[in-house]
Ligand binder design. Structure first.
Ligand code: DGY
Length: 432
């Protein structure tokens, strides 16, 4: 509807900060990595110049080793505006970047998929805008490749062809039950929280956010990674958390397929084949390492113990995005998605689990970005009717309740931050 379209566009107008988009003015006042990808998908409809600007701002902060930081800090904000802030991360200067410009961890590499979507939209508008968008792709392509090389190289801590995350924040699904088993080995030093005050609780409801125990572990893991200058060499011996996430790695695989398309547009045909091969390798590794035949879905693997988590989380459905996923795995994921454990729209966690929490972040609520990825998966496998049902359910949810960060999985009530950028951006894509 025109009303929803206009409200979405106005959220993106309000949250634009000159050269980047903030996810939300109060709760997340800097630039976040995977948010930038989802946001670009929506900006492509209303302001493609800003979509490219936002992606560029993010990749201008790329580290020399190829990692793209999960937050790029806005120097205009104060340390007290967000925790953990720039000084806490203590990232040294690199390239032409000043010290304290970013964090040292990553987020899911959805940017190639986003760049390809923005390009496609531009190309539909004629030769002139296609030409401009192609120039943006030219700038981004080597940087996107460096990001993939970092994740499939230094971050293959398990040695099986998948990227490990070394902090729950890297998944984007911060407090998902997927990490509970691996986090049980991470000390929760609550005294850290009397030294460092949580800022999120001052600007949102405690019941909607991760707990203090979660935060004590999050802070401890930053301190641990920071102590080794964010190096990944020998990390398993000195860092308590390393996990292979099915959703992160599915996005890693989808990124290779988007890079194949981009390489094609840039006239790099040979590279396109390499990207498609790499996508196949990632898909095979996800199937070999993260599939649980008993639950019939994908699960996070603790690299330190080799064990799959028992929790059934939305991240275990996201490999549906991969076109080369074998048919019997596709069927398994679809069965799980259609079962009473999930259903439409898909919640972040198994509805039948004893610790399903309707309010708390990634432990139950419905998130539009996760559902958007699943809708892509349905379309990739030719399930048009189901994709359309999911699209309609998302549009209804946002239309009735507003552009919230996430939603109560039973009542649809908006939770977390209002006027949340990726919800608005993806609403535009779902309406278009
Ligand atoms: C937060 O601040 O909650 C973010 O998700 C961490 O990146």
């Amino acid at each position: 509807s025109a009303e929803l379209w206009n409200s979405a566009a106005s959220v993106l107008e309000t949250n634009w900060a000159g050269d980047h988009m903030v996810p939300s003015r109060r709760l997340y006042p800097h630039q976040w990595s995977w948010d930038t990808a989802f946001i670009a998908v929506g900006l492509a409809y209303v302001n493609p110049t800003r979509a490219w600007r936002d992606l560029r701002s993010l990749f201008e902060a790329q580290w020399p080793d190829g990692r793209v930081p999960h937050i790029v800090f806005d120097p205009a904000m104060a340390e007290a505006d967000y925790f953990p802030g720039p000084a806490f991360w203590g990232v040294p200067s690199y390239g032409s970047r000043p010290a304290h410009g970013s964090t040292g961890i990553v987020q899911p590499p959805l940017h190639a998929v986003a760049a390809w979507e923005v390009y496609r939209r531009a190309a539909a508008h004629g030769a002139a805008s296609a030409q401009q968008a192609r120039a943006e792709l030219e700038w981004l392509y080597p940087r996107l490749v460096a990001q993939q090389d970092y994740l499939t190289g230094q971050r293959d801590l398990g040695g099986g062809g998948l990227a490990s995350i070394v902090h729950p924040w890297e998944s984007g699904l911060d407090n998902s039950p997927a990490w509970d088993a691996a986090l049980a080995n991470v000390p929760a030093d609550l005294s850290l929280l009397s030294v460092y005050r949580r800022r999120d609780l001052a600007v949102s409801h405690a019941a909607h956010r991760p707990t203090d125990t979660d935060y004590a572990r999050y802070v401890g893991l930053v301190i641990s990674y920071r102590a080794g200058d964010y190096s990944d060499t020998g990390l398993l011996e000195r860092h308590a958390f390393a996990v292979e996430c099915p959703s992160f790695n599915a996005i890693l695989g989808a990124a290779e397929l988007a890079l194949a398309q981009i390489a094609g547009v840039l006239g790099l045909g040979g590279k396109a084949d390499t990207h498609r091969e790499r996508a196949q390798h990632i898909t095979s590794a996800i199937v070999a390492r993260l599939w649980n035949p008993e639950t019939g879905m994908f699960h996070a693997r603790d690299v330190r113990t080799g064990r799959l988590t028992a929790a059934r989380c939305v991240s275990g459905l996201v490999p549906l995005m991969l076109p080369d996923l074998p048919a019997e795995r596709v069927a398994g994921v679809l069965d799980a998605m259609r079962s009473e454990r999930f259903g439409t729209p898909v919640p972040s966690y198994d509805r039948t689990a004893a610790d399903f929490d309707t309010m708390r972040y990634w432990r139950g609520p419905v998130w539009i970005n996760a559902n958007w990825l699943l809708r892509r998966g349905l379309m990739v496998h030719g399930l048009r009717d189901e994709a359309e049902d999911l699209r309609a359910a998302m549009v209804r949810l946002v239309h009735r309740n507003g552009h919230f960060e996430y939603f109560h999985p039973e009542t649809g009530e908006g939770l977390g931050a209002p006027s949340f950028s990726w919800t608005a951006a993806l609403a535009l894509d779902l309406l278009a």
